[in-house]
Ligand binder design. Structure first.
Ligand code: GLN
Ligand code: ZN
Length: 759
């Protein structure tokens, strides 16, 4: 009997101690040179290959490494570099495309499907000409081979590449790229206003893929993985035809490696018969996010199925018996079954063994590889070969459960118009009130105080004194600038999710559990493992202290339930909706405590509301219902005169635009600086009739906006929104900015608001 094959679709690439981040940032700072950076990259790749081999995988991927982003790598490989980078080359050009340089805007950064990873969107237009310009997959295959390790190079599949691209006709107004949200591909808008669809480039693109596949075959590559995650979303007939054409063409090449088309992040529905009818040898299916893929597998008799039964996106141990029975069922349907992860393991931390004090039942990337190997062994030797781990028992909080049962939907507040009148009377704000989104720049002093506390150089009292001093200066500055609604500045928050997770029961923090968010930015998502409860108030003392320093209203600042889930690893033994309600209940208590302590405006940030939106339209309404319900449960416990704000950091609302009103917040602030206020019309058309703070300048860039520009933006806004509803604020928090530009920008913003008010 042949060996049972086992593999993973990808692996963390940042290194156990974020070596990649450190090396790339050192290169940017000029403290190491290109050859040193390349050596670090090579070392990280070698460690990955040898680890995967030593763990016992039969099939090992390569070309999963990247200095910044694998979609960017693909763009450079294909020679699809926008002309504005023409004067640059090598690593400098590469990083300029990622981050911009002296007056050259970077590629736009956008979320990778429904994950918290961000990729750099290709810019494709009628003039794009592809050519094989960088042979990275060949080079890395060769490196592994030198170590005696045969690998399967991983490429972004041609269809997904085109669907992830922006048509250049759409990008003209874009300048700076922050971690923007929502890809054109997800929203099905890849056609672009100018009518150019990147799909028109398919044939040219396939020629380059064909050349690459031939070269890989000549170098000895037996199998290549082509990632097509776009198939987990709704695909049009035209897109499915393109899929068929792509794999007819590549499958029909006479000299090529075997082809594995890897799909992940959900069910692929109509795409499955298309792939089944093509000449590709192997199809990767995600049975974790897409259990329904099993029903479609009946048509795969002649194919190899790469069975994604170990979750690549969450940190829980696999239920081995269930995974095993999925694989066993597939054995009867497919030509061959390869045990695999559902998607790349780059979305989970590397190694649980380095952690201490975490709850039971976890598995990080290395542990998941061991699970894949164990399932492979059990398929070959019988189920006795795997010892099913005892299911973890998440701590139950009976009080929280009982309260949620009696609370139901929460309490209804009065209608918005009535509330608005009460709030106007209570707050006495001018027309076009000015405010900020919450955070002020995180100074060295603030970071030092945090580090000193951690290292024991100062005690809790010393730390709190440092935070109060910072709040004093932030409040004084805002008064001096003349803002109407002040904030405490969030100096005590390292991160808007972690800060709350650390204080809530049911959440745990890792020591080394970093995952890549984009480029060199890594995050350490907390783990939500049990019933969530709030043992004590979390923000009240800061808000109250800030309010004690000023007569103007200070806005309390919280992170909403959806964002608390989206940026954490969340338990899977109950629906997300139930977990969201537990978080919402904790926030509800916090909000009432803030109100009782005299805080009259409370903002609940939901920047991730759109991120968790299911990829398929059919699943979206169900999600929005519980997401909105959780927000309302959190925010509906206050009196009608207390004003609830929310904030979202994007302006392309697409399918969630209706939900913005359903949240029932009194004021919503959103990113609009980059979309020239167009979204106000969209919001109006969707029936949104409450307070709105369209960001009047872009905080993702250090540029200081002129008063005149902001004034113009406000005048544009007033055309779409009655002045009584309009708020004036930047488009996001200021924590990544410096004080000099922040102060100058806010002064201009206040001046602009005054001018418009006066007219
Ligand atoms: N209140 C948060 C801040 O200002 C909001 C951050 C966000 O929207 N991502 O930093
Ligand atoms: Zn924001």
């Amino acid at each position: 009997m042949r060996d049972q094959r086992t593999t993973v679709l990808g692996y963390p690439r940042i290194g156990p101690d974020r070596e990649l981040k450190k090396a790339v940032e050192a290169y940017w700072a000029g403290t190491i040179d290109a050859s040193r950076l390349r050596a670090v990259g090579r070392d990280l790749r070698e460690r990955t290959w040898t680890d995967l081999r030593d763990a016992g995988l039969t099939d090992i991927p390569s070309n999963t490494f990247s200095f910044y982003d694998h979609v960017l790598d693909t763009t450079v490989m294909l020679g699809a570099v926008p002309v504005r980078f023409a004067g640059l080359d090598g690593l400098d050009r590469y990083f300029a495309m990622a981050r911009g340089t002296q007056g050259i805007a970077p590629l736009e950064m956008t979320k990778w499907f429904d994950t918290n990873y961000h990729y750099l969107a290709p810019e494709l237009g009628p003039d794009t000409r592809f050519r094989l310009d960088w042979k990275k997959p060949l080079t890395e295959y060769g490196e592994a081979r030198e170590l005696g390790i045969e690998t399967r190079p991983v490429l972004v599949g041609p269809l997904s590449y085109l669907l992830l691209a922006k048509s250049t006709a759409e990008t003209t107004a874009e300048t700076m790229a922050g971690p923007a949200t929502g890809s054109p591909a997800e929203t099905g808008e890849s056609g672009g206003e100018a009518g150019f669809s990147p799909l028109l480039l398919l044939d040219d693109l396939l020629d380059v893929y064909a050349e690459l596949l031939e070269r890989l075959a000549s170098a000895g590559v037996a199998e290549v993985q082509l990632d097509e995650p776009a198939l987990a979303g709704d695909r049009s007939v035209e897109e499915l035809k393109a899929l068929a054409r792509a794999y007819d063409h590549l499958g029909g090449l006479s000299h090529r490696p075997r082809l594995l088309v890897a799909t992940y992040f959900g069910e692929i529905g109509e795409a499955l018969p298309v792939l089944a009818a093509s000449r590709v040898e192997a199809i990767g299916l995600d049975f974790v996010a897409g259990p329904g893929n099993l029903a479609g597998a009946a048509g795969l008799a002649g194919k190899t199925v790469v069975a994604g039964v170990v979750d690549g996106r969450n940190v829980w141990r696999t239920r081995l018996p269930a995974a095993l029975s999925t694989c066993a069922a597939l054995l009867g349907l497919a030509g061959e079954v390869v045990v695999s992860t559902s998607c790349s393991l780059m979305h989970v931390p590397l190694d649980l063994d380095r952690e201490e004090g975490l709850p039971e039942g976890l598995a990080f990337a290395r542990q998941k590889v061991a699970e894949v190997v164990a399932i492979g062994r059990a398929l070959r030797e019988g189920p006795e070969a795997v010892v099913p781990a005892a299911a973890a028992r998440p701590p139950v909080n009976a009080r929280v459960r009982a309260r949620l049962e009696t609370l139901g939907e929460g309490t209804a507040r009065a209608g918005h118009t009535a509330r608005a009148a009460l709030q106007r009377a209570a707050l006495g704000l001018p027309l076009l009130p000015t405010t900020t989104i919450g955070s002020f720049p995180q100074t060295d002093a603030v970071r030092r105080a945090r580090a000193d506390l951690r290292a024991g150089r100062i005690d809790q009292a010393g730390y709190e004194a440092a935070m109060r001093a910072e709040i004093d200066s932030v409040i004084a500055l805002q008064e001096d600038i003349g803002l109407d609604v002040l904030v405490h500045g969030e100096p005590e928050r390292n991160d808007m999710v972690q800060y709350f997770a650390e204080q809530l029961d049911g959440y745990a923090a890792t020591q080394h559990g970093w995952v890549q968010s984009y480029g060199t930015r890594c995050v350490r998502p907390p783990i939500l493992f049990g019933d969530v409860a709030r043992p004590e108030p979390m923000t009240v003392r800061w808000a109250v202290y800030a309010q004690s320093r000023t007569d103007r209203p200070v806005k309390g600042m919280l992170t909403g339930p959806v964002t608390m889930l989206a940026w954490s690893f969340v338990r899977e033994d109950q629906p997300l909706a139930d977990t969201a309600r537990q978080v919402a209940l904790a926030l509800r208590d916090e909000i009432r405590d803030l109100e009782a302590a005299g805080i009259r405006i409370i903002q609940v940030d939901e920047p991730a509301l759109r991120e968790l939106l299911p990829l398929r339209a059919a699943d979206q309404a169900g999600y929005l219902a519980w997401a909105v319900g959780a927000f309302r449960l959190a925010t509906s416990g206050v009196s009608d005169s207390t004003q609830i704000h929310t904030h979202m950091c994007y302006s392309e609302f697409g399918e969630i635009i209706g939900a913005i009103g359903d949240l029932d917040a009194d004021v919503t602030s959103v990113e609009a600086a980059r979309s020239r206020m167009e979204l106000l019309d969209d919001l109006g058309a969707a029936g949104y009739a409450r307070g709105i703070g369209p960001g009047v300048y872009d905080i993702h860039s250090p540029r200081v906006p002129e008063t005149g520009e902001i004034e113009q933006a406000l005048r544009l806004a007033i055309r779409a929104v009655e002045p009584e509803r309009l708020w004036v604020n930047p488009d996001c928090g200021l924590k990544t900015r410096g004080y000099a530009e922040t102060e100058a920008s806010l002064r201009n913003m206040v001046a602009a608001a005054r001018k418009v008010r006066a007219s």
